[in-house]
Design a protein. Structure first.
Length: 550
């Protein structure tokens, strides 16, 4: 590739190279809110030569008008792509112009606990700049691993390594080679070789295209001149809380020392603008930190069984025997007690006395009833976040009513009663904690409420069964979290004293009630935690010498 293609690719805009000619695609860029149009075209269109544009750019630079100077230098370099002086001026001002703040919008009001330097509104100019394509992500060097044994000064070593890796190498005009040295490296790919040579020669490279690199001495001034800058936007979901976003953004900004990072909570976007290498690393870190939480589906079953039985047997004997005097036969009908038709008479003289005799009955009755209730449901919850399920009804309970006298003259006002609603049925709250791909810890709070048979002042009694526990299970394993067994038995005996000691000569009643409640569940991991995804590594260099992405 010729030097003219290198010079053209450094100008602001996008260029297509064909048959040794350079065709520029015009971009409209707005920097620092000035709305300055930088048009990359031939200088003849404006009736000015490249030299005149260059002199005007120098004048603007001395006056402190960085954006205007950058625009004039760009036009001059586009008019004469082979002029190295014009291209160097464009490269010197390009980082300064691109790092200028585009928007001065005030941060959105997000509360006193939020960092105002992180949250704000992303302007339309910043979004337009972030939508532009980034430079090539990596070099198209020769693949495979090989051994290197090179000798010479730093410039010679870069040329030899570039030839071995099928890369074209150009140098900064102020590049100062080192003293001759030997560069030996075994079984290394092109990335390791390039980074090793950077450290050995105290140089740094900047990819210009897929097979072209620019090499310069490694110092802060040259890095500011030649390292490219870019802007990107990263979308985030509405489920991300503001506190989590602030923690993530603060971590990324602190680790990589990002020049500009803005979180727009309304557009659900994160804007990052800095050097290309830092921007790409920040993207990867954000993607890892904003991975969705682990998700667990829990199968829950509540089994309730109630059984009751009643048995009544024995001999029903009378407990009262009337003694009646029958002196006059005409008064016989008025003196016989009701319910007695047979009498045992004795006497026969002046008086006649009758002892009432009634019939006895032998009886035996039995009843038995069984009820079963099975509640089967599935609850999906995120790792560390509670999920609640309610299956049942809301029963109204009177809390305030007027029970005074409403009779009498005149109009009497009776206020309406007030109610509260009680949740009946199953109320389940589960919070999962995922450990890897196999284990899950569940914090379970289960409550089962039903209306009881008794009532107090007209308000029914609510029977409640509540269970709270924490259990650790394997993925897909059933667990019995709790069980409740209730048993009651009542025996009633009635009869004539002394005779009731004999079981068949008394009334026997036996009532039995038995209830069982069982709570079982089984978790299924649907989304793995972020710690289970494959990790990546990247060369970052030091804080002052950040490694270029290859």
């Amino acid at each position: 590739m010729s030097q003219s293609s290198l010079f053209s690719s450094a100008v602001s805009g996008e260029f297509f190279i064909h048959a040794g000619k350079v065709y520029a695609v015009i971009y409209l860029v707005k920097l620092c809110g000035l709305g300055l149009a930088t048009v990359v075209a031939a200088a003849a269109m404006y009736g000015a030569t490249a030299e005149q544009l260059f002199l005007q750019g120098q004048k603007a630079e001395r006056a402190g008008e960085t954006v205007r100077a950058y625009s004039l230098y760009t036009q001059a370099s586009a008019a004469e792509p082979n002029n190295l002086k014009y291209w160097e001026k464009v490269q010197a001002l390009r980082p300064m112009a691109s790092l200028l703040e585009v928007s001065h919008a005030k941060p959105a009001e997000a509360g006193d606990k939020l960092d105002p330097s992180l949250f704000g509104s992303i302007s339309a100019q910043e979004l337009e700049q972030a939508r532009r394509p980034l430079p090539p992500p990596q070099l198209k060097a020769a693949a495979g691993r090989r051994d290197f044994d090179l000798r010479g000064d730093s410039k010679t070593l870069w040329e030899q390594l570039g030839a071995a890796l099928e890369l074209n190498v150009v140098f900064d005009t102020e590049y100062r080679p080192t003293t001759p040295l030997r560069f030996e490296l075994n079984d290394a790919d092109y990335r390791v070789a390039l980074r090793a040579l950077e450290g050995a020669t105290d140089s740094f490279l900047t990819p210009v295209s897929g097979n072209l690199i620019l090499v310069a001495n490694d110092n802060p001034q040259k890095r500011t001149e030649f390292e490219r800058t870019a802007s990107v936007t990263i979308p985030f979901s509405e489920t991300e809380s503001v506190q989590e976003l602030q923690e993530i953004a603060t971590s990324v900004r602190g680790v990589l020392d990002i020049t500009r990072l803005m979180v727009d909570n309304q557009k659900k976007l994160i804007l990052i603008r800095d050097r290309v290498t830092k921007v790409r690393l920040a993207q990867k870190i954000f993607e890892d930190l904003m991975r969705p939480r682990a998700q667990v589906a829990v199968d829950v079953e509540v089994l309730t069984t109630d059984a009751s039985s009643a048995l009544n047997y024995g001999l029903s004997l009378p407990t009262a025997f009337p003694l009646v005097n029958f002196p006059v036969k005409s008064n016989l009908m008025t003196t016989i007690p009701s319910g007695f038709t047979n009498f045992l008479g004795f006497g026969g003289g002046a008086s006649l006395i009758g002892l009432g005799v009634t019939s006895a009955s032998l009886f035996a009755t039995a009843s038995k009833s069984n009820t079963s209730t099975v509640l089967n449901t599935e609850v999906v919850a995120m790792d560390g976040l509670p999920s609640t399920l309610h299956v049942g009804d809301k029963f109204p309970l009177v809390t305030n009513t007027y029970i005074g006298n409403t009779s009498g003259s005149g109009q009497v006002f009776a206020p309406p009663p007030t109610f509260t609603f009680e949740d009946l049925g199953l109320l389940l709250k589960v919070t999962p904690h995922v450990h890897g791909v196999d284990d899950v810890t569940l914090e379970v709070d289960v409550e089962f409420k039903l209306l009881g048979a008794a009532a107090v002042d007209g308000i029914p009694v609510i029977s409640s069964k509540k269970f709270e526990s924490k259990v650790r299970l394997m993925n897909g394993e059933w667990a019995v979290l709790g069980g409740l067994l209730t048993t009651s038995e009542a025996r009633t005996i009635s009869g004539i004293p002394l005779l009731s000691a004999i079981p068949l000569l008394r009334n026997n009643t036996v009532n039995r009630d038995m209830g069982q409640t069982l709570i079982v569940l089984k978790p299924h991991i649907q989304v793995l935690p972020p710690t289970e995804y494959p990790t990546w590594r990247a060369w970052t260099g030091t804080e002052t010498r950040f490694a270029t992405e290859l």
